[in-house]
Unconditional design. Structure first.
Length: 596
């Protein structure tokens, strides 16, 4: 170790050849870094720890939700694995927002904003501290893409670990999923459920720590992380309360230490056009959340890859739904775990030629190599591609004169794929929720909620409260809903979201009037406003955006955020951060880092 008062040439650099590629030596090595070493010793590090690679362990532990509160034991296990693997673990936290607690109120505007804040905050700490690798643990919806975006942006050896889902509740002799509590609101509004019964359900709906138990956004993005190769295969579906999660976390720490020491694959080796296509296929096959259509382009953006709704459309069309998971099927992540987890889904897709087997995983092996010992589909939770639950994926991309840059519809679980009806227009979610609560709509209506896009919201909040109430009232496929906002992974019913361009940018959704006929056809992939072009041009000439009074983070976000079809990102993407040697000193000869 280079001690205080000793020059680099006097003490020599570490013998390990790989150390010459490490960012942390700019903090720990050299004469002018004596104060840095003093502060590191003040944190409890000894001489051996200072001579090792430094690995950041970022997590979202806190008390804002059961998702974030579940991960404390996994953090400690991951740090132990890093230390056993020969590196020094450096723990730090980032924010987490509960989508459940922010639903049906203005707090939901900040959910998608939190994704950018998470990515930015991780980048800030990693760059300022000069850490050599990054292990991230999260479970709430936006924490997963936020951390992965930072990993790709930084492009240092990285591993992501999902925190795991909660177990199902139990009510009146049957299992109870939290989605039924949301939908119970609509049942109370129609008189089908007593308010006391709904409250009893809320006491039983979430019995343990962990993320919501279904292929909602959290579960979907865990599946995406595995398909991208940046998370251990099979890790997402292990429940949060299982001790097995601590074993997974320790192994993940050991794996990352090995990758730092042995030139393992970097995030941009893993995140490629082919692995993004794999992830999209995994979303489609599992009936996953429409939010993946925001997060996959955003992750791609960090790697300098353009991956938009147009790229997702053919993958969603050709990929069958082969996993029967909530909200479009009866099963939960624990059921999938018991039959082989996400790798069983991936194996079926790979054998059908619907995934690329040459994409890399975090241990440097290919996906095909990693799936060789994976169980075959059981036929109940996971079907074979030759006999799927649905011949297409759970999501479909629409376009047409109402969405020139695309829109999304979740078709998993739907029996009706086409709809035409008169528009019932609302300028924001609050107005729509109030009308739905009062049942101020009719069967056959197309409920339009606009000014809820990334810029117009701002924040592109989820419309789960409105859609769940509609489903709870028994009108899930009796009306349609269209918005430039987004939907929860738990959304059911005939719902079209992510309409782009958004209304706040003067997109066609801003021009819809009450009574205009709208046609939705998920089979042909079209979304049409049945108003002639001349009339639309006249309306556009008179259109003015709604005034916004913004301050703080909402103002900054609205000024920088891009369109939904490109991931609603807030910077130009694909940053490169060269390692800088200690100032005024000659570093040892650099070695060229090999790519796995």
């Amino acid at each position: 170790m280079v001690s205080a008062g000793t020059s680099c040439s006097d003490a020599g650099w570490p013998e390990h050849r790989f150390m010459s590629t490490l960012r942390s030596t700019a903090v720990t090595q050299g004469l002018e870094r004596a104060p840095h070493r003093a502060q590191l010793r003040a944190t409890g590090l000894g001489e051996a720890a200072l001579d090792r690679p430094f690995i950041g362990v970022v997590h979202t532990y806190g008390e804002v939700s059961p998702c974030s509160q579940s991960i404390a034991p996994q953090i400690q296990a991951a740090k132990l694995g890093i230390e056993v693997g020969g590196a020094t673990a450096r723990e730090f936290a980032t924010i987490s927002v509960s989508d459940v607690l922010s639903q049906m109120r203005d707090g939901m505007r900040f959910s998608l904003m939190s994704r950018e804040t998470i990515a930015d905050s991780v980048e800030i700490v990693m760059q300022a501290q000069g850490y050599d690798g990054l292990l991230g643990i999260g479970a709430c919806d936006k924490t997963i893409p936020g951390i992965i975006m930072a990993m790709v942006r930084l492009n240092v050896p990285s591993v992501f670990l999902h925190g795991g889902a909660m177990l199902l509740g139990w009510h009146n002799g049957a299992e109870l999923n939290p989605l039924r509590v949301f939908e119970g609101i609509g049942r109370v509004q129609t008189g089908d459920l007593a308010p006391d019964e709904l409250e009893a359900m809320s006491r039983s709906g979430m019995p343990t720590l962990g993320a919501c138990p279904g292929q909602f956004t959290s579960g979907t993005m865990g599946t995406v992380a595995e398909a991208l190769g940046i998370a251990p295969l099979g890790s997402t579906t292990v429940p949060a309360v299982y001790s097995e999660r601590q074993i997974l976390a320790r192994h993940a720490g050991e794996r990352l230490s090995a990758n730092v020491r042995n030139d393992g694959p970097l995030p941009r080796d893993l995140i490629t056009k082919r692995s993004l296509e794999n992830a999209a296929a995994a979303v489609a096959a599992t009936g996953g959340s429409s939010n993946a259509a925001l997060h996959l382009p955003a992750i791609a953006h960090e790697a300098g890859i353009r991956f938009s709704l147009a790229d997702l459309a053919p993958i969603f069309r050709r990929t069958p739904t082969i996993a029967s998971l909530l909200p479009s099927g009866p099963h939960v992540p624990l059921d999938l775990h018991r039959v082989g987890g996400n790798p069983t889904v991936f194996r079926a897709l790979l054998e059908a030629g619907l995934m690329h087997g040459d994409s890399l995983t975090i241990d440097g092996s290919t996906l095909e190599e990693s799936l060789r010992a994976t169980p075959a589909p059981d036929g109940t939770v996971v079907a074979d591609c030759a006999n799927p639950f649905r011949s297409t994926g759970g999501l479909a991309v629409l376009d047409g004169n109402l969405a020139p840059n695309g829109a999304l519809i979740k078709i998993a679980g739907l029996t009706r794929l086409a709809f035409e009806g008169p528009a019932r227009v609302f300028e924001n979610e609050r107005e729509a929720t109030r009308a739905v609560r009062r049942r101020e709509f009719s069967a056959g209506d197309v409920i339009v909620i606009r000014n809820e896009g990334p810029r117009g919201g701002p924040g592109m909040r989820e419309i789960l409260g409105t859609t769940a109430a509609v489903v709870g009232q028994g009108m899930g496929e009796q009306v349609a809903l269209i918005t430039d906002g987004r939907f929860s992974g738990g959304t059911r019913g005939l719902c079209v979201g992510h309409v782009s361009p958004e209304a706040a940018d003067g997109g066609p959704l801003a021009l819809v009037h009450d009574g205009d006929l709208i046609r939705i056809d998920a089979t042909t992939g079209t979304l049409q406003l049945l108003v002639d072009d001349e009339e639309l041009a006249r309306r556009h000439a008179h259109w003015r955006p709604l005034p916004q009074k913004l301050a703080g983070v909402a103002e900054k976000y609205a000024r920088s955020v891009g369109p939904a079809h490109l991931g609603a990102v807030t910077h130009s993407g694909n940053l490169s951060w060269p390692r800088e040697p200690p100032a005024n000193e000659t570093p040892p000869p650099r070695t060229t880092r090999k790519r796995a």
